[in-house]
Write a protein that binds this ligand. Structure first.
Ligand code: FAD
Length: 510
């Protein structure tokens, strides 16, 4: 049967069994489409990275002999919609069978399933052969449980895949080395330069502009530095293992005004577009550690591996267990809009200014900036999670809904009421000061809770707990906060709440 096989933009897995041999009766299709560029306003670097990686992938596959149809964004025969394009191709080329790789996004999964029901030819879906788990493994693992504890899932992953195991025991006799990690960065060791090379993406950018696609952020067209093919992804991984892994865990949560990337791997785009697989990444990390255990200790390695085989697979499993209801969750019933400075970085709060400006210039912020700075503030501002999701889904190079929404709506906004996390990630200026040098260079005073130049995080923090007492007080992990709050004098409480109220009313001026 003449078969049409669909490859989506985040399915660039060269090692997939589909490509093991060239088949005469199979044609592959890849498409740049407005339905994908317009479902949210994306960062210009994100659209550029996807289109560049897709084009490079199709050229390489063609050179290996595979028959590829590639629709560029401005092609006149591009209908800009997935079902419309596929329907047209089936009619024009007389395909008798349609195959696709399982999408990672619910939106696309539904769209393609619907299309397959309607179309007259036969169809089937196959796995992307990328993740270590299947879509519904998490749902099975946590059947009947209200809360899905990541730690339990992670230990099972370690055992099932025999990763960092000594027989039945974890290497180093501990599953988790967090308390040895997570230091503030005070320049103790130099940070190696961010891995980079020159890729000229000006042609792709020209096409995006010609198409009139609305984007956010900025791009350096001649010096774009995200990996867009497998070779570059492997180079990123190699650089990480050699230069950054030795301090990855130690400074995993650190933030610094002059350092955007610290010891992070910046591999998320390559992973999420499937240029590199989690399995091979983990193997490389373990090999680097085995070869150089004087320089790299277990705490660094375990810290990294937990992110890749723990958090990443876990978030995907939550997504498939909880969609589509997850996308509407709003536990705190927040309705406020996201402050304007999320789109400009123009705020006097140094931590926010740095994290947002970096997101707009680099399409990147590391985990703690996303969680404890911008996410934390959005939560303290009692922002509608729809608004928060739109920002995160647009701004980051690695943002694909399955991993964005679970992190944003779940981990960062606690809008799921405690599926992903057991309590909201909230902090006052204390945490910012402890983990970064942002506060020393800030207009606001991190030590002040009320009055002129008091750091907004401080009063908003108490205001949040006070506002949501009914929803949080019974949570064992938070009860202590309420005891501290109750011990404050009425005057102190009133001052804090008045300050917070003022800030919430003038949030765009902060
Ligand atoms: P490193 O710090 O070097 O970590 C290595 C890898 O571990 C990452 O590339 C990533 O694949 C994985 N990882 C680490 N933490 C997580 C996590 N919490 N969930 C899933 N995978 C993780 N990650 C995305 O890939 N896409 C997103 O859209 C996204 N949105 C986020 C939104 C919020 C509010 C938060 C708090 C986190 C989000 N993350 C997201 C998770 C994490 O911040 C990024 O994966 C990470 O910053 C990517 O940079 P890196 O490759 O340098 O990561």
């Amino acid at each position: 049967k003449r078969t049409l096989r669909l490859v989506l933009g985040d399915q660039l897995n060269e090692g997939h069994s589909w490509f093991a041999e060239v088949k005469d009766n199979v044609v592959y299709v890849m498409m740049e489409m407005r339905q994908e560029t317009d479902y949210v306003t994306h960062h210009i670097q994100k659209v550029t990275a996807f289109f560049s990686a897709m084009r490079t992938f199709s050229v390489k596959m063609k050179s290996k002999g595979h028959d590829f149809i590639y629709l560029k964004i401005n092609d006149t025969d591009n209908e800009q919609s997935l079902p419309e394009n596929i329907k047209k191709l089936i009619e024009e080329h007389g395909f008798e069978h349609f195959e696709y790789l399982l999408p990672d996004e619910y939106r696309l999964d539904e769209q393609i399933k619907k299309f397959c029901k309607e179309v007259s030819i036969s169809s089937n879906a196959v796995d992307t052969e990328h993740f270590l788990t299947k879509r519904d493994d998490i749902a099975q693992f946590f059947r009947g449980k209200k809360q899905f504890l990541m730690e339990n899932f992670y230990r099972k992953m370690r055992k099932d895949h025999d990763i960092l195991m000594n027989g039945k025991d974890p290497v180093g006799d501990k599953w988790n080395f967090d308390h040895e990690n997570r230091n503030k960065y005070k320049g103790e060791v130099p940070i190696p330069p961010a891995y980079s090379y020159k890729i000229d993406v000006s042609e792709v950018v020209k096409d995006i502009e010609k198409a009139g696609i609305k984007t956010i952020g900025i791009i350096d067209q001649e010096n774009f530095h995200w990996p867009i093919d497998r070779k570059q992804a492997l180079q990123f991984a190699r650089y990480f293992c050699r230069e950054l892994l030795p301090y990855f865990g130690t400074y995993q949560d650190a933030m610094h005004t002059e350092e955007k990337f610290l010891f992070h791997s910046r591999i998320s785009f390559a992973l999420n577009s499937k240029l590199i697989s989690p399995k091979e990444l983990v193997e490389k990390v373990i090999k680097a550690w085995e070869e150089d255990s004087d320089k790299i200790n277990i705490a660094q390695v375990e810290g990294y591996i937990r992110q890749v085989i723990g958090w990443r697979e876990y978030m995907r499993g939550i997504y498939w267990a909880k969609m589509p209801e997850y996308a509407d969750k709003n536990y705190f019933e927040h309705t406020r809009k996201l402050p304007n400075f999320y789109w400009t970085g123009k705020t006097k709060m140094k931590c926010m200014e740095k994290s947002i400006k970096q997101s707009l210039t680099e399409a990147y912020a590391h985990h703690i900036q996303r969680l404890m700075v911008t996410g934390n503030f959005a939560l303290l501002n009692m922002t509608n999670p729809d608004e928060v999701d739109k920002w995160y889904l647009g701004v980051y190079i690695d943002a694909i809904e399955w991993v964005e929404i679970t992190n944003t709506r779940g981990m960062s906004q606690f809008a799921d009421g405690g599926i992903v996390g057991s309590k909201p990630y909230l902090s006052s200026a204390n945490y910012m000061h402890k983990m970064s040098n942002y506060c020393s260079d800030c207009y606001y005073d991190h030590k002040k809770k009320v009055g002129d130049k008091a750091c907004p995080f401080n009063s908003l923090y108490w205001n949040f707990y006070n506002t949501h007492r009914d929803k949080l007080e019974k949570n064992q992990r938070i009860a202590m906060m309420y005891r501290t709050w109750d011990k404050k004098s009425n005057d102190e409480k009133e001052d804090l709440l008045t300050q917070a109220d003022y800030y919430l009313h003038h949030v765009d001026d902060l």
